[in-house]
Design a protein around this ligand. Structure first.
Ligand code: ADP
Length: 695
């Protein structure tokens, strides 16, 4: 059973603990809590000196307080750290339990200091307890009394009880401080974020980043450098004042200097004192007018990639705030994203500007419509071409301006797949009521999540006029030239038969000249008509089984008179067993005559010309070999184009239509035509014709 004295002591102790706990929990700032714990503890056991070391979760001292008599020293973590590994505090931490040192002079756990010898204060007694909360050690408290054997086990219990309360208070204060610190950082970052991201102008973004860093870190100078990924260099692109003019051109290799190494590692760092840190070497910092004392540098990050660095120099307060690196790293992350967004925005803007310029400056009228063909946008040319004011064009259906293709329903433009173009001929109704023939190209576009359509209008009135002209010309040739010509030919034929065999040779010769010339004109007009039909895609209908040999003889006959005048020999090399071909004989005869005429034209007098044929798989191949100047390889393909004449100034007359006709006629028959030639070695014009398939 407890005696009265014991229960009074117990009650006093409880009251004391209650008061201590109330005192401690009423403060939240760590420095105040530590001061209260040490003074209350010293006061209650009558100690004269005392200290508390606060430890982080890994056991590193982060704060401390020393009390010597009435003198208080705060922020004493560094001074107290030496008692940790070897001293009494170290022993308590290792054993996680409190202890009493009755005589500091005799206990080896006590780290002897100069003032411990007998000349000074001499041997003392001490009590040391751990501050533990939820099994976690948060600190150690040591109390000292000037005389040995002062502390009893009861003192140890009381101090441990106070320490248990104090542990909670210290932990709370630490958490509070950490929360406070986080809140400060978050507020600084949130303010910076809203300031930096509220613009999309790339230069403005850089300036805002710099001013936010200056403000958040309170430094003299700030700078920003970006990485050029192609050259793997880091170039300074913006900085606050205090920097020499030419610094902007400075660039570092990744890994070079302090900034270069931060950019390479992608992790921020601080140089607290440039005079003792050898990472501070030649680089941008040397271009600064001011003497650089301290630097904090953090990477600029965008999409998990380092795109540059931020640097802040010389804190105004003399030393960097402990959060400086964390704040700069935070700004680095959001600034990197802001820079990237600004760059992307600029790219989108310039792409949009380019597109708009292309759209507005197009020589063709263009409309952009929605799914219901309502005009959303019209370019300058559309306004000029239609004669309507732009406001009148907008919001009206494009179908009001474009007539449907003749006898065809309005084109089903909605089913055009994205990226494909559909075109049709139509007429555009202008404001003046005129109808202009146009070719319409419709394309579907995905714009801002919606399907729109681009209607590009091409004025084809000129082409239509040419078509008309051509039709007129063809009908002119047909009606006004062809029938009189055939009348002349048949009349000359009649003359020819009427002329007696022994008649005047001069007269016969003249008649022959007239006959040949008219036949030539006839061939020409027929070829012109054929070209025009073939070009408009009309099929060849007069197909008859024809013997190539037969055709060849007729063609040679037609050109022989001219060849004879140049004393040229036309040799026939056609195998007798050559099968028949299914062709429009008149057309192909004119092809061979054309090739032979060219061969005669370009071969020298006495030159040799061969007209040959051979069987090739399912084709009959025909060729005309001459002894002319030959044709350069580069010209060999396009001499078959209309109006191509290789030497227009040479003495040989022509329009460059002969070979164009040959190609149209041969391809119209399902064959091919080409030339094999070498300069100085003559030319061989070849073509193929499909053979009649045997049943
Ligand atoms: P043209 O009526 O002007 O002769 P062609 O279409 O028959 O037109 O020929 C086109 C051009 O090809 C000629 O102007 C000429 O330069 C070249 N050419 C055609 N045949 C020969 C050939 N056998 N040898 C050399 N050049 C030729």
């Amino acid at each position: 059973m407890q005696n009265k004295g014991d229960s009074t002591t117990a009650r006093t102790s409880l009251e004391l603990l209650y008061n201590i706990s109330r005192e401690l929990t009423s403060a939240l700032d760590l420095a105040t809590v530590l001061e209260r714990v040490i003074t209350l503890s010293m006061h209650n056991v009558g100690a004269v000196n005392g200290s508390i070391i606060v430890l982080d979760t890994s056991g590193v001292p982060i704060d401390g307080i020393i009390c010597v008599g009435s003198k208080i020293i705060t922020n004493a973590a560094a001074q107290l750290a030496e008692t940790l590994p070897d001293g009494l505090a170290g022993w308590v931490i290792r054993n996680r339990k409190g202890t009493v040192v009755s005589n500091t002079g005799k206990d080896r756990r006590w780290l002897q200091r100069p003032d411990d010898d007998n000349q000074h204060s001499g041997a003392k007694s001490a009590v040391c307890v751990p501050l533990i909360i939820h099994l976690q050690l948060v600190g150690v408290m040591t109390l000292v009394h000037p005389s040995p054997d002062f502390f009893s086990p009861a003192h140890l219990d009381l101090i441990q009880a106070i320490a248990d309360q104090a542990g909670i208070a210290v932990q709370n204060a630490r958490l509070y401080e950490e929360t406070h610190r986080r809140a400060r950082i978050m507020t600084a970052l949130a303010e910076s974020a809203s300031e930096i991201t509220s613009t999309l102008d790339p230069n403005e973004v850089l300036q805002r980043i710099l001013s936010q860093i200056s403000e958040a870190l309170q430094v003299e100078i700030v700078a920003l450098a970006l990485i050029d990924p192609q050259h793997e260099t880091l170039s300074y692109v913006a900085s606050s004042s205090g920097v020499k003019e030419d610094h902007i051109d400075r660039s570092l290799k990744l890994g070079e200097g302090f900034a270069g190494s931060v950019a390479e590692a992608g992790r921020g760092e601080i140089i607290e004192d440039t005079s003792t840190d050898n990472r501070f070497v030649l680089e941008f910092e040397q271009n600064i007018d001011k003497n650089i004392r301290a630097i904090v540098c953090a990477p600029l990050i965008s999409q998990n990639k380092v795109i540059g660095i931020l640097e802040a120099f010389n804190p105004i307060a003399g030393k960097f705030d402990p959060d400086a690196l964390e704040v700069l790293t935070g700004i680095g992350s959001l600034a990197g994203t802001a820079i990237n967004h600004a760059r992307l925005y600029e790219q989108v803007q310039s792409a949009q500007k380019r597109y708009l310029e292309l759209f507005q400056d197009s020589i063709d009228p263009i409309f952009i419509t929605d799914l219901d063909s309502i005009i959303l946008e019209a370019n300058h040319q559309a306004v000029t071409f239609t004669g309507y004011h732009k406001d009148t064009l907008l919001n009206r259906p494009v179908s009001q301006l474009l007539a449907s293709p003749e006898n065809e329903p309005m084109i089903d433009y909605r089913s055009i797949p994205t990226g494909e173009i559909v075109s049709y001929e139509s007429e555009l109704l202008t404001q003046q009521g005129e109808k202009t023939p146009v070719l319409v190209f419709i394309r579907s576009l995905a714009m801002e999540g919606e399907v729109n359509f681009q209607w590009l209008i091409r004025d084809i009135s000129e082409r239509k006029e040419y078509d008309k002209l051509r039709e007129d010309l063809i009908s002119m040739i047909y009606h006004d030239l062809r029938s009189p010509l055939s009348n002349i030919v048949s009349s000359l034929d009649v003359f020819n038969t009427m002329l007696p065999q022994d008649g005047d040779p001069a007269f016969r010769s003249l008649l022959n000249i007239a006959l040949r010339s008219t036949e030539r004109i006839q061939r020409l007009t027929n070829s012109l008509l054929d070209m025009s039909r073939l070009e408009t895609g009309q099929p060849i209908v007069n197909l008859l089984s024809t013997s190539p040999m037969h055709l060849a003889i007729e063609a040679v006959e037609a050109v022989s008179p001219v060849a004879d005048t140049k004393n040229q020999m036309i040799q026939l090399k056609i195998p007798a067993e050559m099968p028949v071909v299914l062709i429009d004989a008149d057309m192909i005869r004119r092809v061979i005559i054309n090739l032979l005429e060219n061969a005669v034209k370009y071969s020298p007098p006495n030159g040799e010309i061969i007209l040959g044929a051979a069987l090739e798989d399912n084709y009959a191949q025909v060729w005309v070999q001459d002894s002319g100047p030959g044709i350069k390889e580069i010209d060999q393909e396009h001499i078959f184009d209309k109006f191509t004449r290789l030497n227009p100034q040479d003495s040989q007359k022509g329009f460059g239509l002969g070979l164009a006709y040959c190609r149209l006629a041969i391809e119209g028959h399902g064959g091919k035509i080409w030339v094999e030639s070498e300069l100085g070695k003559g030319s061989r014009f070849c073509f193929t014709l499909p053979l009649v398939e045997k049943d």
